[in-house]
Design a protein around this ligand. Structure first.
Ligand SMILES: Cc1cc2nc3c(=O)[nH]c(=O)nc-3n(C[C@H](O)[C@H](O)[C@H](O)COP(=O)(O)OP(=O)(O)OC[C@H]3O[C@@H](n4cnc5c(N)ncnc54)[C@H](O)[C@@H]3O)c2cc1C
Length: 422
């Protein structure tokens, strides 16, 4: 049994940071290692909605509800759906006080969580290359790309889709869902892109075609981000002669050490022309999304782990969030589950340390909840993305109704809290 274990979290994403915050609030020492050189080292991407029954429960456990409310955008929950001709098919405007799933920029969420930790908790520039699992309760060795090695009794793998912690437990790696997203970006939108600002409104725009969808999402600070989603071969960039010069051009790397998101083309204007050709039947006002996008039109192949993904438990090693169950971003559950996983694992560890029981038993108990939950939600998300991008376009009856979802998140939140108190 561990007394006063050293705890290392690998990955300063929403899951790992939430976990570290709750441990630290309870006086448990923890270090977080992240591959990024700093908090601002890379573009953090778009907006995330934190659901009442998961992300918001984790935030409450982290005592960050007030900080979240100061940054959150309830109006961002509004949705508009159009067909390729631009005809509005459905529209839902969120009430100003709607609390089911307010939006927050990913960069703001991550910064808020980092700021809540004691200074120095996150060690930036620490890319884990290998976790050497200790035998029979001996400490695990964390080997980093900068040549440093650390040991820890408990290692929490929160290092995302291409987790190196997971590689110590299972060879399973994410697979391509058959759908890729090309990222679009608009800054100073009101002034530079007024038509885009009108299209997206305060929330989200979905323009659904046959195997192709345009998504726009309002972010804070007059920024709009979005995706041009396509059912397409993984190596479509390479097939169009637009792959990277490193020779991988669009092909899923064989080694899990390589991130398939590295599939990029450097000639943005040729990518734009290629994408525009693929969306040619969309209305001119929608094609502005392709034509006016700023930035590199980065390609994001959507990857998912098999459901379920399981592993033989190793003493003192846990996986949370995308490391355990990366899934298609349909339903917006990834960040919510990552934060809930992190909160539940932290609560379990804190409880074991307080009661003087075995921390590893608490890790196993958390795993017993997280793994099937991630598998169930992941299977639904992965099926939804395939169905959405199927030939003929999505069936409108299958598109989730926001009001019904909002009611469901709130009911589940009440049930979760009641079960915990009971
Ligand atoms: C296009 C797209 C849109 C999405 N939209 C939504 C959405 O609207 N709503 C939603 O809920 N989810 C969405 N998701 C999913 C969501 O982003 C993830 O589920 C969520 O970020 C998972 O959190 P995490 O903390 O587990 O991992 P991550 O956020 O991936 O964080 C992992 C951290 O680990 C670090 N790291 C990685 N490798 C190493 C290493 N070897 N050593 C050290 N550190 C490492 C990374 O730098 C990172 O900080 C989307 C995903 C994609 C691809």
């Amino acid at each position: 049994m561990y007394t006063n274990p050293t705890i290392a979290v690998v990955g300063a994403g929403p899951g790992g940071l939430t976990c570290a915050r709750i441990l630290q609030l309870a006086g448990v020492a923890v270090t977080v290692h992240d591959a990024d050189a700093s908090l601002a080292a890379r573009d953090q991407g778009g907006t995330l909605d934190l659901h009442a029954d998961s992300g918001q429960i984790a935030l409450a456990d982290a005592q960050l509800t007030t900080e979240f409310a100061a940054l959150a955008r309830p109006e961002g929950q509004s949705h508009r759906m159009v067909d390729p001709a631009g005809t509005v098919l459905a529209e839902q405007v969120a009430a100003a006080d709607e609390s089911a799933a307010p939006e927050i920029d990913r960069a703001q969420l991550r910064a808020m969580l980092v700021d809540s930790l004691a200074p120095g908790t996150v060690r930036w520039g620490r890319k884990l290359v290998e976790l050497q699992a200790g035998a029979d309760g001996t400490p695990h060795r964390l080997v980093f790309a900068d040549g440093t090695v650390e040991t820890a009794d408990v290692v929490i793998g929160a290092d995302g889709a291409w987790s190196r912690v997971r590689a110590a437990l299972t060879d399973t790696v994410p697979r391509y869902t058959g759908v890729s997203f090309v990222e679009v970006l608009f800054t100073r939108t009101a002034e530079r892109h007024p038509e885009i600002a009108t299209l997206v409104g305060d929330g989200h725009l979905w323009a659904n075609g046959d195997g192709r969808t345009m998504v726009l999402q309002r972010n804070s600070d007059d920024v709009v981000r979005g995706y041009l989603g396509m059912r397409i071969d993984l190596d479509w960039l390479a097939a169009a002669g637009l792959g990277t010069a490193d020779g991988r051009g669009g092909v899923l790397p064989a080694s899990p050490a390589l991130d398939a998101n590295a599939t990029q083309a450097t000639d943005t204007e040729r990518v734009r022309a290629e994408v525009r050709r693929r969306f040619a039947d969309f209305a001119p006002e929608l094609l502005r999304i392709v034509d006016e996008s700023e930035g590199p039109l980065a390609n994001r192949p959507i990857m998912a782990l098999p459901t379920p993904t399981t592993w033989e438990h190793r003493r003192g090693i846990a996986l949370i969030g995308d490391a355990a169950h990366v899934m298609a971003p349909f339903g917006g559950n990834g960040v919510n589950l990552a934060m809930l996983d992190g909160a539940e694992l932290a609560r379990g560890i804190v409880g074991a340390l307080r009661d003087g029981t075995d921390v590893d038993v608490a890790i196993r108990a958390a795993e017993a909840v997280m793994v099937p939950r991630g598998a169930e939600v992941g299977a639904a998300a992965n099926a939804a993305i395939v169905e959405h991008f199927a030939a003929g376009g999505p069936d409108l009856d299958d598109v989730p109704d926001f009001d019904a979802e909002a009611a469901r998140w709130k009911e589940r939140a009440d049930a979760y809290r009641a079960a915990r108190e009971g």
